[in-house]
Design a protein around this ligand. Structure first.
Ligand SMILES: [Fe+2]
Ligand SMILES: [Fe+2]
Length: 276
């Protein structure tokens, strides 16, 4: 049975990135820098998602849609704030975050100037599908089991909220008249751009740390992406679904993952109080 979107919850979360070790994912540079490269792209990306949604919702003048966009914007706003704090770690480690941001902002500004609002919305739909699909894989298969506990909590929180609001952008896109052909073409373009930008940052970090040709790191990486519970393998069916004509994120009911995460998260937060 398909449920419509659950109501989006506002969660005041903040994470202690200061104590996180440099290679926070099992001491492994490959998986650490994979997530770090992804994180470095998110604050500016999520800003574009919020702006594209608000711009269209304002034109449509539907109070129900306005409320959905407001809740979406709140969640993405907190994600952006926490990812900026996360990314400061990379700045401290000597990476040119400002230079990376400048180049990404130039692309985002070009997208924001496109007259047809369906284009930035289709981009939002595409990236929202990436983050929701990734979040589903992470929560369903405990992919961050070997990560530093704070980072695990951070990425799982973001994963849960991506699942929770996974249909919001799609809903606005559809209401703005966006159809399946545009979203499929845009998804192909977005995956290409994401691969290039993320790959460049990832390779830059590993090269600078002399880990780019580290065989153990690559073994971890290949297993992480293509092993039995590999991220790419787990995400592949979601992409097959996306390219189908009648796709809607709400048709794939994965909200049980959010509920299960919520229960686990509550237990984790209460544990120190019990000890006191
Ligand atoms: Fe997000
Ligand atoms: Fe999102």
């Amino acid at each position: 049975m398909t449920r419509a979107a659950p109501s989006l919850r506002r969660r005041a979360r903040s994470f202690a990135f200061e104590t996180v070790p440099p290679y926070w994912f099992g001491g492994d540079p490959w998986r650490t820098r994979f997530f770090d490269a992804f994180s470095s792209l998110l604050p500016i990306g999520e800003r574009l998602f919020i702006d594209s949604m608000r711009r269209t919702a304002a034109d449509l003048g539907d109070p129900e849609l306005d409320a959905l966009v407001a809740e979406f914007a709140h969640q993405e706003g907190v994600h952006g704030r926490e990812h900026r704090r996360y990314n400061d770690r990379l700045r401290v480690q000597g990476y040119d975050l400002d230079g990376w941001d400048r180049s990404q902002k130039a692309t985002v500004n070009r997208i924001a100037r496109i007259a047809d609002p369906r284009i930035p919305l289709a981009i939002t739909v595409a990236f929202e599908h990436v983050t929701a699909s990734m979040g589903q894989a992470i929560l369903a298969h405990d992919l961050l089991a070997e990560a530093d506990p704070e980072m695990k909590a951070f990425w799982e929180w973001h994963s849960a909220e991506e699942i929770e609001h996974k249909g919001a952008a799609f809903e606005v896109y559809t209401r703005a008249g966006g159809g399946p052909d545009l979203r499929r073409v845009v998804m192909a373009w977005c995956l290409f751009i994401l691969g290039i930008r993320m790959g460049r940052r990832f390779a830059h970090m590993l090269r600078r740390e002399r880990k780019l040709f580290d065989r153990a790191a690559w073994r971890h990486g290949v297993r992480f992406l293509f092993g039995q519970k590999g991220l790419a393998r787990l995400m592949a069916p979601d992409f097959q679904a996306f390219f189908a004509r009648g796709f809607h994120p709400w048709k794939d009911d994965t909200y049980g993952l959010v509920e299960a995460w919520e229960v686990g998260a509550v237990r984790r937060e209460r544990r120190p109080e019990i000890g006191n």
